[in-house]
Design a protein around this ligand. Structure first.
Ligand code: GLN
Length: 246
């Protein structure tokens, strides 16, 4: 199978090696005999609705978010249609914030979001930086990563978080939750990049993308993931030791 990936703003939103998540998707798809066809979707580009199985966007500083936000707003309808048609979507940090209704930065400037996720974000004084460990009760698994954000993200009532914070700040440093998920759309503050040390989650998103490509729900046979499990354990231990402290 050729999986069609739309990578939004790769040259603007790519900090903490977020682009590395694409490499993990490619390696784990290839391990099951599938290939990725990755195309960049950037400023002025159209969204090939119905021709992408997986959308991805990384994180970025306020400056980079401001450079893409207005263009992203022009793609809102097409992205909603693509997701409505069953495409999977993984968004990290600054990209995650712009999938909500808006991101208001520390200067009070409000960047429009596309309203794909039921949330909004307001930057606070102190950045929330450090290792993070989440419990994803919906999958019976944990996620380990790294966060660095000024934004405090507030989920609407009834919105599903990606995980419960075991260590770290998470969405707002208070709610005890991190990220947001709805259907095949996943948003998170976790950098690192996220996927090398969280193979199960990469497979979750890949299975959603394959379901879009094939029209059938897909169960991926697990990989050995020895190195991935060790990397996860190290990150989890680091988060427990020092996550969530200013
Ligand atoms: N600029 C946003 C914030 O500070 C997102 C940062 C990021 O992507 N790491 O909250």
């Amino acid at each position: 199978m050729i999986l069609r990936v739309g990578h939004l703003y790769p040259e603007y939103l790519n900090i903490y090696a977020d682009r590395g998540n694409i490499a993990v998707f490619r390696a784990r798809a290839r391990a099951r005999g599938h290939e990725l066809d990755v195309r960049a979707i950037s400023i002025g580009d159209g969204v090939p609705v119905g021709e992408v199985d997986l959308l991805y966007v990384g994180g970025g500083q306020d400056r980079e978010q401001a450079l893409v936000a207005l263009d992203l707003a022009t793609k809102a309808d097409a992205l909603r249609e693509a997701v409505g048609g069953g495409a999977a979507f993984l968004a990290v940090c600054g990209g995650y914030q712009l999938l909500g209704r808006f991101y208001r930065d520390r200067a009070g400037v409000e960047l429009p979001g596309i309203g794909l996720l039921p949330l909004h974000t307001i930057a606070g004084e102190r950045r929330m930086i450090g290792d993070v460990l989440l419990s994803c009760d919906w999958a019976g698994r944990t996620l380990a990563g790294f966060e660095n954000h000024a934004g405090r993200t507030y989920l609407d009532d009834g919105a599903e978080p990606l995980g419960r914070v075991l260590a770290g700040f998470g969405n707002d440093g208070k709610s005890g939750y991190e990220g947001c998920r709805t259907g095949r759309v996943y948003g998170t503050y976790l950098h690192g990049p996220l996927l090398p040390r969280n193979g199960w989650f990469a497979d979750r998103v890949l299975a959603d993308a394959l379901a879009h490509a094939t029209g059938e729900e897909v169960e991926l046979e697990p990989l050995a993931d020895k190195l991935e499990a060790e990397a996860h354990a190290v990150a989890a231990e680091r988060a427990r030791r020092r996550g969530g402290r200013f």
